[in-house]
Design a protein around this ligand. Structure first.
Ligand SMILES: [Zn+2]
Length: 176
């Protein structure tokens, strides 16, 4: 049974209602859990944008395994952005949701992107061979741990806290 698809404004209003229901002060974990739970129930509304922005992977997250508490992230700002800035297309809302979740859960290293100097590289790993790839959200640059340009060929997946610790990535952050 297919129900009539909802507009971006309707979807955003629903999401904001869920975010407003979080007990203050909202932690990043609560915020991300709320967004991903809502997303899991509504992913079909995003059509091809869900694929474009890889939203599916966020509906299967084990929040407690991710380094959320160790990241510099302001959940109130994130929630406010959903409250204040209306997205006029489902595609724009999908992108905003991707960015909101991504910045809260994907480990950001202290290494600056050598390509654009605009952002610090985030730690990901190759899906099959489990190698670390440091990638820039801003310009799309990606490199190996040794700084060699990574040429792609494998999907990149999000690293959990245990994997980051095993690779010394968390220490790497704290030393700086
Ligand atoms: Zn860059």
């Amino acid at each position: 049974m297919k129900t009539k698809s909802r507009t971006a404004a309707e979807l955003q209003r629903e999401l904001v209602e869920q975010l407003n229901a979080i007990k203050e002060p909202a932690s990043t974990s609560d915020t991300i859990a709320t967004i991903t739970k809502w997303l899991a129930s509504n992913i079909d509304e995003f059509g091809s944008s869900a694929e474009t922005y890889g939203l599916g992977r966020f509906t299967r997250l084990d929040i407690s395994s991710l380094p959320i508490k160790m990241m510099a992230h302001n959940p109130s700002e994130e929630i406010d952005a959903f409250r204040r800035v209306a997205r006029h297309t489902v595609d724009a809302l999908a992108m905003k949701i991707r960015d909101a979740i991504w910045t809260a859960i994907v480990w950001q290293t202290s290494e600056q992107c050598p390509n654009c100097l605009n952002d610090q590289l985030r730690a990901l790993k190759t899906a099959r061979t489990k190698r670390i790839v440091l990638a820039c959200d801003f310009c799309g640059w990606a490199q190996t741990l040794r700084g060699e340009r990574w040429s792609g060929g494998e999907d990149l997946v999000i690293m959990n806290t245990e994997e980051l610790a095993a690779h010394g990535m968390l220490d790497r952050m704290h030393k700086n």
